[in-house]
Write a protein that binds this ligand. Sequence first.
Ligand code: ZN
Length: 278
Amino acid sequence: MKFGELEFHMISAGHVLLDGGAMFGVIPRPMWEKKMAPDSRNRITLSMNCLLIHAGGKRILIETGAGDKMNAKFRDLYGIDGPFLDQGLRNYGLNSANIDIVVNTHLHFDHCGGNTRVEMDKVVPAFPNARYMVHRGEFQHAMNPSERDRASYVPENYAPLEAAGRLTLLEDDGEVVPGVELIRIPGHTAHMFGVKLTGGGKTAFLFADLVPTTAHLPLPWIMGYDLYPMMTLENKKRWIPEVVREGWLAIFAHDARVPAGYLRDRDGRWEAEPVEID
Ligand SMILES: [Zn+2]
């Protein structure tokens, strides 16, 4: 997809199966299972959607999925399955060495596991020529998570980047390159970024885990994983109406069926009109 000079593609880094109850917080199962049917272990299928952006002369990757470093038990627990990111990059004639910048909206394992890979028993940066960017507060929390969210953080996805001097810790909102803007939308974590893409008079907005799927568009449909659900609510009330009003393309980090779409207000209910980002 092209917005003026800015070009972007959606690449799935595979699937992850997460507990349906945890994904929908206070929403009772009879309601969410109509939108997303769980498997025999109560898990729903989520895609790990990444963006490949060509802008400002740079190739930028937003998110890297869960990667494939995990052991068999972890892989089974979360039902992690490919095709992984390298396959997606190959479809565009690229490999890991072609990526200049990697951005993680936050450091939960399903967003940054592909940051690193195992090479001869050592965990090394998976993108040998890239700078990696994440919010400083998110990184600090990820290095020292609480008892409640420890399971979401796997230090080998980001600690080796810092050790290799490859990590840029961001203090605030800002542009990665012109047309690619990171905006803090806290709630899921304290410092999570959303990503706004602009070019040629058009705008797209990646909600990250503020609105992970189209099923999460209604205001109270907030994940149980969120550390600050009331902040999620405030940010949904701020950003969803803005995306609708301004006619931005909405991008969902975990929706396997409707990864992107234009949002419409239908009698007070937000709906996504699917758009394919090739
Ligand atoms: Zn996520």
